[in-house]
Design a protein around this ligand. Structure first.
Ligand code: HGY
Ligand code: MN
Ligand code: MN
Length: 434
């Protein structure tokens, strides 16, 4: 066949697969997965490598096998559901996302991309499409990074396997290491084939909720993601002197909480001064020692999550953070340290991939009589940012109601979830049939 004929055939297969996506099947499968860790407020609590995460993984392994997929897991716990292609030796087209959630998360963050990936497999089966390349749906381990830091551990280890050794030493709030939790999870999947970390991949597309307000404000159901903003995480530890809350005069205290709050106030002021440049700063996790009502805190640790599309802004903010910590460290009676936990520069997705995503989204939204897709930059990070180091990669967004995510109230209209899965089906089928 000429290259024109191949691309024509691929586009036709893509359209047939897009049209075979089933909305009810998709939305029912999302609700079913949300049952693993479902909360009474409608949210989901399913942190990485917990028993609920393992149960959810087993559930998905069963669903993938029922679709005729082969299943494998690598040494970082990344799960792969593979639909065979006509040329088995070709690197697969990869889709999928993560199923671990924040301590209080929603039904869709990550999970939607995995369930939609399985829906694409089902649609390929229903449409009778034999793809040239295999198609793989991945479940990445520990994307959130909230139980074990840093985030996107599974995808970053897949991109650079030597990262895994350091990740295994990461500890959660109870002192459990990522390595021990990972080994315990793998031990519960004895029937799943083991694969090496970091196999070849042809291309990748990840479907995700936007987790922000842009698509909803524009009143369009689909977003063509052009890139992901930079992110830097830090841990700041302030030490003073624990002492009795009742007997210690105020003027002699070395109250680590007061010093940490003053430092935090300084950082918020710096963040406000840089807000116009797009800086977003969050002091999300605080640990107080000894954390007793009647003991003056001796040590306080808090985290800093800083993001911006402009790398220079982040560099300036980091310099201001380090200066402020150094000043406190020099203060009489206190010590203060800052540790970098995670750094990822801005990701840009390649034009040929965003053009394909745009075609897929335009066809789905036009068929539904909805507004044409718009381009959007991701404020959240995603596993796709590391896969983009390995192969041509892209992302598709659907709206988040009121831009809410990392919250039990996270919600997207079922019809919008359906259109997102349709767009994903088109992109995956076209890439796999080329
Ligand atoms: O933090 C993030 O951007 C992602 O949602 N884990
Ligand atoms: Mn996510
Ligand atoms: Mn998230």
């Amino acid at each position: 066949m000429s290259s024109h004929d191949v691309s024509q055939a691929a586009a036709e297969a893509a359209a047939r697969t897009q049209d075979a996506v089933d909305s009810r099947r998709l939305n029912d499968a999302i609700a079913e997965l949300a049952g693993f860790g479902g909360r009474s407020d409608g949210g989901v609590a399913r942190e990485t490598l917990t028993p609920l995460d393992v149960e959810a993984r087993r559930h998905l392994v069963g669903r993938a096998r029922a679709l005729g997929c082969s299943v494998s897991v690598d040494t970082c716990g990344n799960l792969f559901f593979r639909r065979a292609g006509q040329q088995a030796d070709l690197p697969p087209v990869l889709t999928g996302s993560h199923i671990d959630t924040q301590p209080v998360g929603g039904k869709l963050d990550g999970a939607y991309g995995v369930i939609a990936g399985l829906e694409v497999i089902q649609a390929l089966n229903d449409a009778g499409v034999a793809t040239r390349r295999p198609v793989e749906v991945v479940v990445w381990t520990n994307e959130e990074g909230s139980r074990f830091g840093p985030g996107a551990m599974g995808s970053s280890a897949f991109a650079q396997p030597e990262r895994l050794a350091g990740y295994r030493a990461s500890r959660d709030a109870e002192g459990v290491t990522f390595g021990d939790a990972l080994d315990a999870t793998l031990a519960q999947m004895p029937d799943v084939e083991r694969t090496a970390l970091g196999h070849a991949v042809d291309s990748c597309v990840e479907l995700h909720i936007e987790q922000g307000p842009v698509l909803e404000d524009a009143n369009v159901p689909l977003g063509v993601v052009t890139g992901i903003q930079s992110v830097r995480w830090f841990s700041v530890t302030v030490s003073g002197a624990a002492a009795h809350a009742g007997t210690t005069p105020m003027e002699v205290r070395r109250d680590a909480m007061r010093a940490a709050l003053e430092l935090a106030g300084h950082l918020y002021a710096r963040g406000d001064a840089m807000r116009a440049s797009g800086l977003r700063m969050t002091l999300g996790r605080w640990r107080v020692g000894p954390n007793s009502i009647n003991t003056i805190p001796g040590e306080v640790e808090f985290t800093v999550d800083a993001r911006c599309v402009d790398e220079d802004v982040l560099t300036r903010f980091e310099a201001a953070l380090r200066d402020a910590v150094a000043s406190l460290d020099a203060a009489d009676g206190f010590t203060a340290q800052v540790q970098s936990l995670f750094t990822r520069a801005t990701t840009h997705f390649p034009l040929p991939m965003t053009a394909l995503v745009e075609r897929a989204c335009a066809r789905a939204s036009a068929n539904a009589g909805e507004g044409a897709p718009i381009e959007v930059t991701s404020g959240a990070f995603h596993d796709a940012m590391y896969v983009a180091d390995l192969c041509p990669t892209a992302m598709i967004f659907v709206p988040s109601r009121s831009g809410i995510s990392h919250n039990a109230a996270e919600y997207t209209e079922p019809h919008q979830l359906y259109l997102g899965a349709q767009a994903l089906a088109y992109v995956v089928a076209e890439l796999a049939c080329r």
